[in-house]
Structures are given as C-alpha cells and as structure tokens.
Design a protein around this ligand. Structure first.
Ligand code: OAD
Length: 234
C-alpha cells in the first residue's frame, strides 16, 4: 500500500477525556446527566437562557483548568513533522489542540473561546461569565450566547472539511462515538473518495464497519504510538 501524503483527522470528546473533560455518551457522560434538548438546542436557549449560559460558564471554566494530554501533543507533532498536509478537524469546543501546539485546527462545532451575538452574529472573546443581559459590543442586543453549534444548527467550515475529505489519502477518527452527523459520515465520504480509514478509540465506535483498521485503547497511549510508527515509516 502506498504511503499517505494528505492525512485528515477527526477528533471527538474521547481525545480530551484524559485531560479531565467528560465525554457525552459514555456511562456517566454529560448527556446522561443533562438533557441535550435543554442545553444544546436553540429552543432550549430560548426557553431558559440563564440555565444554558450557566452550563457553558461551568464548561468553559473546566476547560480553562485543564491541560492537553499526550494525544493532543502527538497530533501537534505530526502536523509539524509530516511531509504532506495534515487537516485536523475537531468536534470539541475546547482549545487543547491549540495549547498542545497544533497550528491549524478546524472547530466544526465552534469554540468556548468566543461569544456569539444571536441577533447579528458578531463574535468577540468570551468573558469568564456570560449572562443573558450582556449586550453585544456591535449591535447592543442582549442576545449573547456561546459560539458553539447546537443540534439543529449547521456545523462550521463544511466546505473546507469536504475538500479535505475528497483529497486525503488517509482518514483517521479519534475518540468519537460516530453518532452525530455530519461528522459521523466523514469516514464513508473519505472512503468513497479513495482514502484508507483508521479508527483510534477506547472501543469500537458505532461506525466501526467503516474503518479499514482500528486500534483500541486510551487516546494518550494509542495516538502517540500511531504517530511514532507513522513518522518512523516515512
Ligand atoms: P461521545 O461522548 O459521543 O463519544 C466519545 C467517544 O470517545 C466514545 O466512543 C468513547 O468510547 C471514546 N473514549 C472515551 N474515553 C476515551 C479515551 N480516553 N481515549 C480514547 N477514546 C475514548 O463524544 P463525541 O463523539 O465527540 O456536539 O460527540 C459528538 C458530539 O456530540 C459533540 O461534539 C457534541 C455532542 O453532543 C454538540 O454538542 C453539538
């Protein structure tokens, strides 16, 4: 098999689990303790903005107190050392890839680092605490919300991601359950375009049948092992 040149990587909550950030669907995960309809939909925000903002204030604080782990660092190393493009797409709204040194990260579900005005779409650096009455710095509307993509909304940067899936030789899915679309469909899109597919996850995901190869275990071990092998084989 020929060596890959363009590598496209999708990460999910599992890569940040060992940094102390909870996953969503594992036992004890965030969506087993909270109803996503209340916290991750525009309708939930309209019903109770204070409750939603409190949740994301707590999540943002948890992210600020966390550190990247060996898996984030290994992907940053790969992006720095690989001879071809490495497109890194994440569903995570934390900034642990950036803090590990990744120079270019596509945040398809948004980021905790910015606030978004629900009235005019202005973005600005997220304050430590967001409150429903906070005015937008551009239009003054009191419609501040987290800059995260909720269920029913369109993920960000789909054009750029689609171009990477069409041209990559290797697609790697890391720490994601493969249940939320469109991300859950990326492996089959890349495969249909001719890429080899690899899953690195704690256990076989819901999409396990879409991968040519899989390694199971904790991300902090299996991701650095894979990167080391890849860089050694160049
Ligand atoms: P999930 O919680 O659905 O899946 C996390 C995956 O990580 C599972 O398959 C776990 O087996 C795996 N995992 C857990 N710990 C791990 C570890 N230490 N090392 C490797 N793998 C581990 O999270 P996502 O797939 O990221 O969207 O969820 C996708 C989207 O659903 C999120 O972006 C979020 C959520 O609702 C929105 O909020 C819009």
């Amino acid at each position: 098999m020929s060596k890959p040149r363009h590598i496209a990587i999708l990460t999910g909550a599992g890569i940040s689990a060992e940094s102390g950030l909870g996953t969503f669907r594992d036992v004890g995960g965030i969506w087993s303790r909270y109803d996503w309809r209340d916290l991750a939909t525009p309708e939930g925000f309209a019903r109770d903005p204070a409750f939603v903002l409190d949740f994301y204030n707590w999540r943002r604080e948890t992210v600020r107190a966390s550190e990247p782990n060996e898996a984030h660092r290994a992907l940053a190393l790969l992006q720095g050392e690989w001879h071809g493009p490495v497109t890194l797409v994440t569903q995570n709204v934390d900034d642990l890839h950036e803090r590990a040194g990744s120079p270019d990260v596509i945040h398809m579900h948004g980021t905790h680092l910015t606030a978004l005005c629900a009235a005019c779409n202005q973005r600005w650096p997220a304050p430590e605490v967001m409150r429903p009455a906070d005015p937008c710095p551009a239009c003054d509307a009191p419609r501040t919300r987290p800059d995260v993509v909720w269920f029913g909304e369109t993920p960000y940067h789909l054009d750029r991601i689609g171009a990477a899936l069409a041209s990559c030789d290797l697609f790697v899915s890391i720490g994601t359950s493969g249940t939320v679309y469109p991300a859950a469909g990326f492996a089959s899109t890349a495969r249909a375009a001719g890429a080899r597919t690899l899953e690195l996850n704690l256990e076989p995901s819901g999409n396990a049948g879409l991968f040519d190869e899989a390694h199971h275990g904790k991300a902090s071990r299996i991701v650095p092992d894979w990167v080391a092998r890849l860089l050694a084989e160049r």
